[in-house]
Design a protein around this ligand. Structure first.
Ligand code: PMV
Length: 360
């Protein structure tokens, strides 16, 4: 598909008003997306686990305006409170997608959104929130056309979400989602995320992700700026090649359930992401001392117990612990005894691989 396939030619039905509601999950990248071209086109392909419990729930009420407005007309409630400070982000998103959702200026939208994970927990909500909002808009569009097949619905929802926040395109479907053109991955595209197209061993179908909340404050450097710093970065080309090669490596790892190799790729990807931050100009560090202490502890745990617990990191200080479901008991004990001390107020979130967004 190409971008123009997402521009509707006309709408068969006129809707006066209505309400839609979707919940969309967060996701955690295994091969990271860091660096982009214009229009949210990734510099390299990536793959992620869709999460289950960390979600955004968004409802959109829409009412037809008497006349088409020059501006977008919407209000925004976050967890029941009016948030003027969140509006510019939605405004930017609407501008980017107006070409593909031409009814945007014909309606007033009341957007009501909330997260299942604590606000300002340091967990980025942009992926789940942009995915949930995109699905709501697609649901409205679906009501205006005579027929829309589910495949197109989800592809366009992911396409729109990508224009809000790149990684959001991986938050529409589950449970492993691939995004970005890759010569060895059939159906891969820069435009939207696709369900991982190769065999996946059962061990990954119930994989656990416990998120240790190391630092709950705002990130000191936004991911927009971080992506930008990959332009002219001394290691960028090598890094993009590494991501490409890691995706090839993962194909047999996913198929065979080779957890030792899985851990190596995933931890190397996490550390490379942060290495890119530390070696850009200006350079910056998002990890905190406790992030490193946790990593040390995980490696120690593996040395003694030979277990399949590994970590990954987002663009922040929190640590995602990834492990197979059958090791859950031991890992939980280890978290309580050894890792909780490094979490802000002892907080962590137990999540697991999930199966994508749902209409409510
Ligand atoms: O979607 P963005 O622009 O917030 O970028 C996300 C980048 C990482 O979370 C660090 C990596 C990824 O692939 O999700």
């Amino acid at each position: 598909m190409i971008e123009n396939d997402f521009i509707p030619s006309s709408y068969a039905h006129d809707k006066e008003q209505g309400r839609v509601q979707w919940k969309a999950p967060s996701n955690i990248a295994l091969v990271k997306y860091w660096g982009k071209k214009q229009n949210q086109i990734p510099a390299n392909a990536s793959v992620s686990f869709t999460l289950d419990k960390c979600r955004t729930i968004t409802s959109v009420e829409f009412t037809k305006l008497d006349k088409v407005d020059k501006e977008f007309s919407f209000d925004l409630l976050f967890e029941g409170q009016k948030r003027e400070d969140f509006k510019p982000k939605i405004e930017t998103f609407f501008k980017r997608i107006e070409r593909y959702i031409p009814f945007l200026k014909n309606y007033h939208f009341s957007i009501n959104t909330s997260n299942t994970f604590p606000h300002s927990s340091g967990i980025a909500s942009s992926a789940s929130s942009m995915a949930a909002l995109s699905l709501c808009l697609m649901d409205i569009e679906k009501q205006m056309v005579s027929e829309m097949n589910p495949d197109f619905f989800y592809k366009k929802a992911s396409f729109l979400a990508r224009l809000g926040s790149g990684s959001a395109c991986r938050s529409v479907k589950g449970s492993l989602v691939q995004w970005g053109e890759h010569d060895k991955i059939v159906g891969s595209t820069n435009l939207y995320g696709i369900p991982y197209p190769f065999p996946v061993n059962d061990v990954f179908k119930s994989y656990q992700d416990t998120i240790l909340l190391v630092h709950k404050g705002q990130k000191s450097v936004s991911s927009t700026l971080g992506h930008d710093l990959m332009h002219g970065h001394p290691f960028s080309e090598k890094r993009f090649k590494q991501a490409h090669d890691n995706l090839i490596r993962l194909r047999s790892i996913f198929a065979e359930g080779n957890l030792d190799d899985f851990m190596e790729v995933v931890e190397s990807e996490a550390l490379t992401l942060h290495a890119m931050m530390m070696t850009s100009i200006p350079y910056f560090i998002l990890m905190k001392p406790n992030t490193l202490s946790i990593i040390e502890k995980i490696w120690e745990y593996r040395r003694t117990g030979k277990k399949h617990l590994c970590f990954t990191l987002d663009a922040g200080a929190n640590v995602h612990l990834l492990y197979p479901n059958n090791e859950k008991k031991e890992v939980e004990k280890f978290i309580k005894e050894e890792l909780i001390a490094y979490c802000e107020n002892g907080q962590y979130i137990c999540d697991q691989i999930g199966f994508g967004a749902k209409k409510m």
